[in-house]
Design a protein around this ligand. Structure first.
Ligand SMILES: Nc1ncnc2c1ncn2[C@@H]1O[C@H](COP(=O)(O)OP(=O)(O)OP(=O)(O)O)[C@@H](O)[C@H]1O
Ligand SMILES: [Mg+2]
Length: 391
């Protein structure tokens, strides 16, 4: 696992570093401008060593930006000589240490200190009790094509709120997951890469199988080939979600159109259940069966946020019909719009591309409910199903 990246425009210095640190493994990039892409591809990176010939202003503005975007990432600055004014400015921008470029031992020691600090910070950021702080939100429907993946990707984008919250989107549609396509992500890493770590998955291990999408917004993709998905156990899904809970504010889970063992693992750990319904009888029938199962499993009703997708379709079913079938209030009404398939084909969630679109507004309302920043709705008047004890 490579935690370090060294940025140095000067080829001679790059070669010298290779010899000096032959026993350490680190990645090298040539320009500061290449760094962001490198960090996107290697989200497990904990340290950037900024080489002695990198422009000082570029180095300082990078550090100041990353201090907010990736607070766990450490930055060390190498200089031909350590000047007091440079040192002061570096510290103010968030650079952890400034070291003379030939001080190999000093660089090694600073690097080790910085990585230790990043690891310790990642533990503290888990919350005061050292564990669980993310809310897990599972999006599901009893039938295909209701808009689960559209809702999951847009809800995750809305929750991320331009990177001010840490969000992980997990594609549990292990056979035919669409998240990679909907976000235009290369399917290089997937949940199946975590199989070898089952039983001992930690934060670094999980990070190594994630794909960064935006700052503070990562994705755990479904495998590229449908057959691989079969090897993902229910236990692995639980383990992934438990570890992710310590790393994010929200974990959004997209699911296949039926309840699998892996989906049950996610549901068992969920804080919010987001059923998607559309106004057609087959969907209502299947969601009703799903809801009955939820009642049997005692997933609390007050934790269900029903999304009524294509709510404006004039097809003869009223809101009341739908609410009766689902046995719950409809929390969010999402209109039908051709801009939705257009956004899917474009590979950019509509919430990011057109934040004031009615669909985007609906997704932000849902995000506000999940984040607890919107008023709760009144409890349902009618109990549709005789069984099902609320927790
Ligand atoms: N509100 C909407 N208006 C217009 N089209 C929509 C809307 N919601 C979803 N769609 C379209 O419906 C199709 C199915 O959506 P999506 O892939 O999100 O469904 P799904 O439930 O994830 O399907 P699957 O079960 O196959 O995974 C997509 O082409 C999407 O663009
Ligand atoms: Mg889908």
């Amino acid at each position: 696992m490579t935690y370090y990246v060294y940025v140095e425009p000067d080829p001679e210095r790059r070669t010298a570093a290779g010899a000096a640190y032959a026993d350490d493994s680190f990645d090298v990039v040539h320009q500061m401008s290449d760094l962001d892409e490198h960090l996107q591809r290697n989200p497990e990176t904990l340290l950037v060593v900024i080489g002695a010939t990198v422009d000082l202003e570029e180095a300082l503005s990078f550090a100041a930006y990353q201090r907010v975007q990736r607070p766990l990432l450490g930055a060390l600055l190498l200089r031909p000589s350590v000047e007091p004014d440079v040192l002061a400015r570096a510290m103010r921008s968030g650079i952890r240490e400034v070291i003379q470029e030939l001080d190999i031992e000093g660089i090694r020691a600073s690097a080790a200190r910085s990585v230790d600090l990043s690891k310790a910070l990642s533990t503290t950021m888990r919350g005061t009790d050292g564990t669980l702080n993310a809310k897990v939100i599972t999006v599901f429907a009893g039938k295909g094509g209701c808009g689960k993946s559209v809702v999951a990707t847009n809800l995750a984008a809305a929750l991320s709120a331009q990177g001010t919250r840490r969000v992980l989107l997990v594609d549990l549609d292990l056979q035919f997951g669409d998240v990679a396509i909907m976000l235009q992500l290369p399917p290089a890493r997937s949940i199946t890469d975590a199989i070898g770590m089952a039983g001992r998955l930690d934060e670094t291990g999980l990070r190594s199988v994630l794909t960064a999408y935006r700052p503070n917004f990562d994705v755990l993709l479904a495998p590229a080939s449908p057959a691989e998905g079969e090897h993902v156990s229910r236990e692995l899904v639980s383990e992934v979600l438990e570890v992710a809970r310590g790393m994010y504010d929200f974990v959004v889970v997209d699911t296949p159109p039926f309840v699998t063992d892996q989906v049950l693992a996610a549901l068992d750990l969920s804080d919010w259940f987001v059923p998607i319904v559309t106004p057609d009888l087959p969907t209502l029938k299947s969601i009703r069966l799903t809801v009955e199962m939820f009642d049997l499993l005692e997933y609390p009703r007050e934790r269900r946020l029903v999304v009524f997708n294509r709510a404006d379709s004039q097809v003869g079913l009223t809101v009341k019909d739908v609410e009766e079938a689902v046995g719950a209030h409809l929390s969010v009404h999402m209109p039908s719009s051709r801009d939705v398939p257009v956004s899917v084909n474009k590979g950019i969630p509509i919430t990011l591309d057109d934040p004031t679109h009615p669909v985007s507004l609906a997704m932000r309302r849902l995000a506000d409910r999940c984040a607890g920043t919107a008023a709760a709705e009144p409890p349902p008047k009618r109990r549709m199903f005789a069984f099902g004890r609320k927790r």
